[in-house]
Design a protein around this ligand. Structure first.
Ligand SMILES: [Zn+2]
Length: 318
């Protein structure tokens, strides 16, 4: 039996699953509630895994491996999460603490790689050899499956597609550079733009809960109702997203690009079809003809599979 832990800034997902097959044997989610003490937080997560095993009627000795997915730069050799952007941890010894507490191998990977693995092993990417997973949640990141394995690059930093410039000297980005893809299609950047530009008369404003700021979710809802501002915002999003995908496609020639978060929520007519059209118009046929662009196959259940995928890949590698 494998266990997966997906550590998010607000929620942590735990899941048990077999090494083969795609059934989740047990799962649960709770608020992450991180403290300054990463080791104590990790020990609490080990307790969660033990509880889940117990609930599934399994002995602790039946656990073969644990996979952990988390945002941020990590040291894969040391199994340490360095400076996670959404947690108050500094050099969190994830692998050391969990492997000692649970008595089995523990594998750690970043959330983009884990999501790519999850889509590849359980979701939209099954059966492909060359697949890119692109997420546009707070930031923009990619996980690359090339020739049937995750490509990590120097310092595990491959896939930073969010910081490919799509406009030279364009909008400022959270990374300190300008014109990055993330500054146009990242959830945080788009939310900042919506706060500034949403007309009070638009459906986006009407659909935003009182006291909250407008977010991409409301743009998607308002666009479904035909709101002009929402449609123009989505058209802008699709345009920049297509620029990013074209760069990825010319560089890697994948069979499939899986789009998580906003495009999955917006769906075919509002996002995927216009993006496909723009991307294919810019690509050479030899690359474009072999490329599919699809929404996430796992959607909301992705966190349940992210950690399990890291465990499966780690075992296959070791
Ligand atoms: Zn950037």
């Amino acid at each position: 039996m494998l266990a997966g832990i997906d550590i998010g800034g607000t929620k942590t997902a735990f899941a048990l699953g077999e090494r083969q097959g795609d059934e989740i044997a047990a799962s649960w989610r709770r608020a992450t509630e991180p403290t300054q003490d990463a080791s104590a937080d990790l020990l609490r997560m080990a307790d969660d895994v033990r509880t889940l095993l117990e609930e599934a009627g399994l002995a602790p000795g039946e656990l073969e491996a644990v996979g952990v997915s988390a945002a941020g730069p990590l040291d894969p050799g040391q199994g340490v999460l360095l400076e996670p952007p959404n947690l108050p941890w500094h050099r969190a010894p994830v692998v050391g603490v969990l492997s000692q507490a649970l008595g089995c191998p523990v594998f750690l990977d970043n959330d983009a790689n884990a999501a790519a693995l999850a889509e590849w092993l359980y979701g939209a990417g099954r059966g492909t050899r060359h697949m890119v997973y692109l997420t546009m949640s707070t930031g923009v990141g990619a996980g690359l499956v090339l020739d049937g394995r995750i490509h990590r690059g120097v310092a595990c930093s491959a896939g930073e597609v969010g910081h490919v410039p799509v406009v030279w000297d364009g909008e400022p980005c959270s990374c300190g550079m300008r014109g990055c893809l993330e500054a146009y299609v990242g959830g945080a950047a788009w939310t900042r733009r919506l706060v500034e530009h949403t007309p009070p008369s638009s459906r986006v404003a009407a659909l935003t809960p009182a006291g909250a700021t407008p977010r991409p979710e409301q743009v998607v809802l308002a666009a479904r109702e035909g709101d002009a501002f929402a449609l123009s915002e989505l058209a802008r999003f699709n345009d920049y997203l297509a620029r990013g995908i074209v760069q990825v496609a010319f560089t890697l020639a994948p069979e499939l690009v899986v789009l998580g978060t906003i495009p999955t929520a917006a769906g075919e007519a509002l996002c995927l079809d216009p993006v496909r059209e723009q991307v294919h118009a810019r690509l050479w046929p030899v690359i474009g003809d072999g490329l599919r662009i699809e929404a996430s196959g796992l959607g909301e259940s992705l966190p349940d599979y992210a950690g399990l995928s890291v465990a499966r890949e780690g075992l296959a590698r070791s």
